[in-house]
Design a protein around this ligand. Structure first.
Ligand SMILES: NC(=O)C1=CN([C@@H]2O[C@H](COP(=O)(O)OP(=O)(O)OC[C@H]3O[C@@H](n4cnc5c(N)ncnc54)[C@H](O)[C@@H]3O)[C@@H](O)[C@H]2O)[C@@H](O)CC1
Ligand SMILES: [K+]
Length: 511
């Protein structure tokens, strides 16, 4: 998979200092990246309102205004309290020398700009915004023009995505510098950052820290191979454990999705004795609890939890699934059992191959013994604690889904959609992860690719139809479409033999 790296706040600050000491001119580079971004979308001559704050984020904005003026744009610069540091001050002098006024407050009388650039606060934000910044934020958000945030929408924490207070810039796009930042994709950041681009800037490779995580990008190379010389045994088998009385739908969703996403065969071990066959999905093999021993031995992958309930039978079959050595996904009620039964946690920690746990925030809170709000307060920290505690891969669902390894490295999914906020989507995701594990992916790759495919299916539904109406029952086929799209893209990037120009036969003399 190709990734944008994420550095920790401390590593990023260290990188900034070392790069400045090495004379990299990061502020100038950030300004040039901003102008390149603007040139791509707005023609010279356009009025661009650049709003600069009191720190280096403001410095980026002031230098962007200088470069915009040089490139033929008409910057309207607003800066109530410029930074006193030399580089931003140099930009101010250049602006004044070019005869460009710097307005202390939002200039209502000027013609409306084509774009507003938010350079108020970046990663140095330390507290909620007060005057004069909150008035400027209100003016930015009310402007009849799109907003480009530099580095981070002002008022948002770059790592958690939380608002610092009630004054926050709502950006249509964010151009972030040096590395990707998880807070632009999760929590409030998912709604306030708009489309996010990363400008890595030129920094000597020797200064780059090791990443604490990465954004998932189009993960073509993680796709399982599907040679022509294949049979269903090659693509693995999945045992879904769930579907207790009254909750059959959850187990059926996970099972049918695993089939749709390429698992060779799928059993559903149901705790409901009346459930024997799915009339709409006859290829799904539904088996009673009595068969659990045989199936746990036979299946390559186990996915326990969808519609499982928390009965004694459920607890004992989950314990047996955790004890077997193969790939394992625990979701929904299996996670509730894990929160309640300490011996399950001990058994998970003993596994050589880490299990995949897929909590939504409320399930994560139950496992951590805290509130859902506390989980959402710092999603990376919550996922990191869970992954270390259970020695497992943790998929923390919700906007900006996180996939956390036990060693603390994580992926953030930058794609998402409110179309996925509907009943059964968690069961679907469990089915996709199980199918990819069955096809031989490692737990981290399977969980990352599954989250991305699931999110892409949601995004595509939203783009084509809107944010409602994506029932979980439709998802297996939609996720399979995304997989096939990736297969086609990968095939298109391979070398291709051109077709013959003429009909060819070996016995034709002119050949
Ligand atoms: N330091 C560097 O070398 C680089 C910095 N860059 C830019 O600089 C930004 C970080 O710069 P800074 O560390 O100066 O931080 P900011 O520009 O985000 O702002 C920090 C300043 O605002 C003050 N402040 C923080 N919260 C406030 C609040 N709520 N109300 C009023 N004042 C508040 C701080 O005391 C400090 O003076 C990055 O986000 C990025 O845009 C980039 O140019 C890349 C290089
Ligand atoms: K900003």
């Amino acid at each position: 998979m190709t990734h944008e790296p994420i550095y920790s706040p401390a590593d990023l600050r260290r990188l900034e200092q070392q790069a400045e000491a090495a004379g990299c001119g990061l502020m100038q580079q950030a300004a040039e990246a901003t102008v390149a971004w603007i040139r791509n979308r707005f023609s010279p001559g356009a009025a661009i309102r650049v709003v600069a704050g009191p720190g280096n984020n403001g410095g980026d904005a002031l230098w962007a205004a200088v470069r915009l003026a040089e490139a033929g744009y008409r910057p309207q610069v607003v800066c109530p309290r410029p930074s006193e540091a030399p580089t931003p001050q140099a930009a101010l002098s250049r602006l004044l020398a070019m005869g460009l006024p710097v307005w202390p407050m939002w200039p209502d009388a000027l013609p409306a700009p084509a774009l507003v650039v938010d350079g108020l606060f970046g990663i140095g934000l330390a507290r909620p915004l007060a005057e004069p910044w909150s008035t400027l934020v209100r003016a930015i958000n009310a402007a009849p023009a799109p907003v480009l945030a530099l580095d981070v929408p002002s008022g948002i924490d770059a790592w958690t995505g939380r608002r610092s207070g009630s004054s926050v810039v709502r950006a249509h796009a964010t151009l972030t510098f040096l590395c990707a930042k998880p807070g632009l994709h999760t929590s409030d950041g998912a709604d306030l950052a708009g489309e996010v681009d990363v400008a890595r800037l030129q920094v000597p490779a020797s200064l780059l820290p090791s990443a604490e995580g990465a954004l998932i990008d189009t993960p073509q190379d993680a796709l399982p191979l599907r040679p022509r010389n294949s049979h269903k045994g090659r693509f693995g088998s999945v045992l879904v454990i769930g579907a207790a009385p009254g909750m059959a739908g959850a187990g059926l969703l996970a099972g049918t999705t695993a089939l749709a996403c390429g698992a060779g065969k799928v059993w559903l071990l149901t705790l409901d004795p009346t459930l024997t066959v799915s009339p709409i999905q006859p290829e799904l093999m539904i088996r009673p609890l009595n068969d659990s021993r045989t199936l746990l031995d036979e299946a390559a992958v186990c996915a326990a939890g969808p519609g499982l309930g928390t009965s004694v039978d459920a607890a004992s079959v989950v314990a047996a699934a955790v004890d077997r050595p193969g790939p394992l996904v625990l979701d929904a009620d299996a996670l509730n059992l894990l929160a309640a039964i300490p011996s399950l946690a001990e058994a998970l920690a003993q596994r050589a191959l880490p299990a995949v746990l897929t909590p939504h925030p409320a399930e994560a809170a139950r496992l951590l013994g805290c509130t859902t709000a506390a989980v959402q307060h710092d999603r990376v920290a919550a996922a990191r604690t869970l992954a270390a505690r259970y020695h497992a891969l943790v998929v923390l669902k919700g906007a900006g889904s996180l996939i956390m390894r036990p060693d603390g490295f994580y992926h953030v999914c930058p794609v998402g959609s409110p179309a996925l906020a509907s009943a059964g989507q968690g069961d679907v995701l469990t089915g996709v992860i199980a199918a990819l594990l069955a096809q031989g992916l490692s737990p981290f790759d399977a969980a990352s690719l599954a989250v991305w495919l699931h999110a892409m299916a949601g995004r595509r539904h939203e783009d084509l139809q809107g944010p409602v109406g994506l029932r979980a029952g439709l998802m297996g086929d939609r996720v399979a479409e995304e997989m096939n799209r990736l297969y086609r893209q990968r095939a298109a990037s391979q070398p291709v033999m051109p077709p013959p120009l003429r009909q060819w036969r070996a016995d034709w003399p002119e050949f």
